[in-house]
Design a protein around this ligand. Structure first.
Ligand code: SF4
Ligand code: SF4
Length: 441
């Protein structure tokens, strides 16, 4: 596939159906593109195979072909068909050591330990003082095309409001009452499904320099919950929890604080193996280092620049030896041809490496995304396969596999995990009560 494909499909449809208006052509272009990609058939072949002339009939033929499993059961508005506008703004999937060319900082951070460390670590970077991140962003307009440049720019600021908050979760799902400690914004990895590509509005990595100010019981107020042994707090919502830990050394303050506050469980959620500082510090049972895991084929195809499954599991093993608890997140579970086998192998590998008694929890969440991320993914990862499955619009304007498929995925994974160790807590992330009830009935 190349980015000129849009014009070519568009022209072919216009030629075949000269009476169709621009919006109709746009929708059919989207459908032909997706079918062609899914089936590896040329767009011309698809267009030429249509014998109908009536727009609704043509659209239904294409919808049925594009969504063979869900077409008959889903309302038509559940099929998300945005216009197709491919660009050449592909993701940079080469792994480079983080070496920012520019470091932007506000005046208030210059006495902080992190600012001084960054000065020493990157003496050749251009250090630029800014009034505030907000005023900087007003002047420097961001576009998705600049997302690749995030590895070149580092912002050092004081975080004032958003350090600690309840996990935003999503509408009408069974929330697990998680709370988030925000230790940064931006990531160096390139996971094809990453929500940050559509969410981030700054071409850089943002690190807060005042984390220690927030590590106190006045500010850290987690929500009680019955599902887990302790109320849970974790980092890793807007960044990977450990990817920058050799630079920030945030784990020094975090581990110290939670060793003194054992009535709270703290989770470092990561795909990295950047655990040297954690190992130096030594763990505690209430501190959980958790890894996002996936079927190995999905890691290879989608989690660009990240360590492989075995590397992650070896790191988990070291953390256990060092006194930490561990967790795993099957998130996102992605459907592909051999998904059952792929996820089974990953589950078996986890328990080959780690005794279940050290695993505090395993979560499962199927692939989901806000609808407008679809266009960003297909632009940045033109050859991705994750969008080829049947993702439908849900109540919260997110694209997901339909309910029965998700139930089938979860049941399969929960059963496999429970066969390995029935005492491990397994929960679903961002799932509605109906799905929960069907999985755990
Ligand atoms: S279910 Fe997932 S998204 Fe919802 S609160 Fe828990 S961790 Fe956050
Ligand atoms: S590790 Fe997480 S934050 Fe980083 S690119 Fe992947 S999904 Fe995004």
């Amino acid at each position: 596939m190349d980015s000129n494909i849009t014009t070519s499909i568009n022209n072919n449809i216009q030629q075949k159906f000269p009476l169709f208006g621009i919006n109709k052509v746009r929708e059919l272009t989207r459908l032909v593109f997706e079918i062609s990609k899914r089936e590896n058939v040329s767009p011309c072949e698809i267009i030429n195979s249509i014998q109908e002339k009536n727009y609704e009939k043509v659209k239904n033929i294409l919808l049925q072909r594009r969504y063979p499993k869900t077409y008959s059961g889903a309302k038509k508005e559940k099929f998300y068909l945005p216009d197709l506008s491919l660009t050449d703004e592909q993701a940079n999937i080469s792994l480079e050591k983080f070496n920012p060319k520019k470091v932007y900082y506000t005046n208030e951070v210059t006495d902080s330990a992190l600012y001084k460390r960054i000065r020493n670590l990157y003496p050749n970077a251009n250090f630029v003082e800014i009034e505030s991140l907000k005023s900087f962003l007003k002047k420097e307009k961001f576009s998705v095309g600049k997302y690749n440049n995030r590895r070149e720019n580092l912002f050092l600021v004081n975080e004032k409001y958003d350090f600690f908050k309840p996990c935003p979760c999503t509408k009408n799902v069974r929330c697990c009452n998680y709370s988030i400690l925000n230790i940064g914004y931006g990531c160096l990895y390139e996971c094809s499904y990453c929500f940050l590509q559509g969410y981030q509005n700054v071409a850089g990595i943002i690190l807060p320099c005042n984390l220690p100010d927030f590590l106190n019981r006045e500010k850290i107020k987690p929500i009680d919950n019955k599902m887990f042994f302790l109320p849970r707090v974790g980092s890793g919502e807007f960044t990977d929890s450990l990817i920058f830990d050799d630079i920030t050394l945030f784990s020094n303050d975090i581990v110290k604080f939670f060793k003194e506050n054992k009535d709270i469980s703290f989770e470092f959620k990561t795909k990295s193996v950047n655990i040297d500082n954690l190992l130096k510090l030594g763990g505690s049972e209430n501190i959980v280092v958790s890894w996002s895991v996936n079927a190995e084929q999905m890691i290879k195809e989608n989690e660009h620049c990240t360590p492989g499954l075995e590397e992650r599991l070896k790191a988990a093993q070291k953390c256990v030896k060092s006194g930490y608890s561990v967790g795993f997140h099957f998130d996102p579970v992605i459907l592909y041809k051999d998904w059952q086998n792929g996820y089974k192998k990953t589950i078996e590998k986890i328990f080959d490496f780690i005794d279940g008694k050290y695993i505090k929890w395993i979560s499962i969440g199927s692939l989901r995304m806000v609808a407008n991320l679809k266009k960003i993914i297909e632009n940045r990862f033109l050859d991705n396969k994750i969008l080829d499955e049947e993702l439908l619009l849900s109540h919260d304007n997110k694209l997901r596999y339909e309910n029965n498929t998700r139930v089938r995925i979860y049941k399969y994974l929960v059963d496999l995990i429970k066969k390995q160790d029935s005492s491990v807590v397994v929960y679903l992330c961002m799932e509605n009560v109906d799905v929960w009830n069907k999985v755990y009935k």
